[in-house]
Design a protein around this ligand. Structure first.
Ligand code: FAQ
Length: 354
């Protein structure tokens, strides 16, 4: 059995998406070694130096000069990504108390906890751009920053936890593996760690669905129903089609994004087809077929009007997700205050001791 992060067995170890993560990690180390050999010359134009670093596939680091629009784009994308990880804890958190066994409960607890960790890596990466985590959380809570559309759909059955792992984490990995090569160092490094952890998540979802699909007819029907409901929202996660994507061209020129939304969506579809066969489940698209000429699958597009409605706040669970986040933030105020008071006390003790 394998999942999105695995190459099919014939591709051998080190292949597939995890192989790409390892290659990106090696490239990061090489870029860091090269970068140490010199910064801009004293009389060199900073914008020209920035362009050279991007051209040379090296990394922009927090203290480097960068265009204001590059900084703003990164803050927008990284913050949206961090918020998605945090809000993304809710749909699965819904099943922690109802997981079918102690083992499943322990695995799901660990997974949901991992998502909190991913949020923290990402908020920390965003902070290197000169914005505080508190500000970003306020922007989310006030509805001025977005989070992924996918987390506005409900988890109706246990099989939804499997479908989230297989399809949502699967789509997240396909999107995030190229981000391991993002031109901004802190984001690229965070993505390497996130992708490695995300590969476990994808496998646990795939394994849940595999178990259900090979269980009783009722269990198989439940797995199929979950895939039917999560397929198109997962395709929509990759964003609007290229023609309607406002940021893609500039983000690709800056090497923040390495592939367009449609390129990644296609890659995801091509991967899922074979995996669905192994699961014994059907992808709910009657027009899905191999196109010999394109060497890729033709498939039906998700409903992009629905995506826009969900992004605007009109999805099935938007209100519930935001209410829960606001309540959790308010309930956690005493923890933040206590942590700040403790840090202040420790700082003053250290000063006295010094
Ligand atoms: N949902 O011009 P583009 C996960 C917005 S993590 C909401 O194409 P861009 C882990 C976009 O922001 C999932 N909004 O934008 C997990 C822009 O809005 P603006 C999150 C969307 O940035 C699993 C406008 O539409 N992953 O799942 C969406 O170049 C299980 C125009 O779009 C990331 O955030 C959407 N689906 O490309 C956790 C990955 N799509 O600001 C728990 C990093 C587009 O102009 C459980 N982000 N928009 O008003 C990216 O790769 C990119 O930001 C894209 C969008 C590809 C999402």
């Amino acid at each position: 059995m394998y999942g999105n992060d695995f190459a099919p067995p014939e591709d051998g170890p080190g292949g597939g998406l995890l192989g790409e993560v390892e290659a990106a990690e090696a490239a990061l180390r090489e870029a860091a070694a090269r970068a140490r050999r010199g910064g801009p010359a004293p009389d060199e134009d900073l914008a020209a130096y920035f362009a050279d670093v991007i051209d040379a596939d090296q990394k922009i680091e927090p203290r480097d000069w960068m265009p204001e629009a590059y900084r703003k784009t990164l803050i927008r994308q990284i913050a949206q990504h961090a918020h998605s990880e945090i809000i993304g804890m809710q749909p699965e958190g819904n099943w922690i108390s109802r997981a079918p066994s102690l083992k499943r409960k322990a695995i799901l607890l660990a997974k949901v906890q991992d998502e909190a960790g991913h949020g923290l890596y990402l908020y920390a990466a965003a902070e290197t751009l000169g914005v505080s985590r508190d500000e970003l959380v306020e922007l989310l809570i006030d509805g001025r920053q977005k989070y992924s559309s996918i987390f506005n759909y409900p988890t109706l059955t246990w099989a939804d936890v499997g479908a989230i792992g297989w399809l949502v984490d699967g789509a997240a990995i396909v999107n995030q593996v190229p981000l391991c090569r993002c031109s901004y160092g802190p984001y690229a490094r965070a993505m390497i760690r996130v992708c490695k952890e995300e590969s476990f998540h994808q496998r646990q979802g795939y394994e849940i669905l595999h178990t259900l699909a090979h269980g009783t007819p009722e269990q198989k029907a439940m797995a199929q129903d979950a895939v039917d409901r999560w397929w198109y929202p997962s395709l929509a996660m990759f964003g609007p089609p290229d023609g309607d994507s406002t940021h893609s061209a500039q983000s690709m020129a800056w090497k923040i994004k390495r592939f367009s939304n449609d390129e990644l969506r296609q890659r995801f579809v091509d991967m899922c087809v074979q995996q669905a066969e192994i699961l014994g489940l059907t992808i709910p698209d009657p027009d899905l077929r191999w196109n010999e000429q394109r060497q890729a699958h033709d498939y039906s597009q998700p409903d992009y009007d629905e995506l826009m409605q969900v992004i605007k706040g009109n999805g099935p669970c938007n209100r519930q997700r935001m209410e829960h986040r606001r309540r959790a933030h308010a309930d956690g105020a005493w923890v933040r205050e206590a942590a700040a008071a403790y840090a202040a006390k420790r700082n003053s003790r250290e000063k006295v001791a010094a």
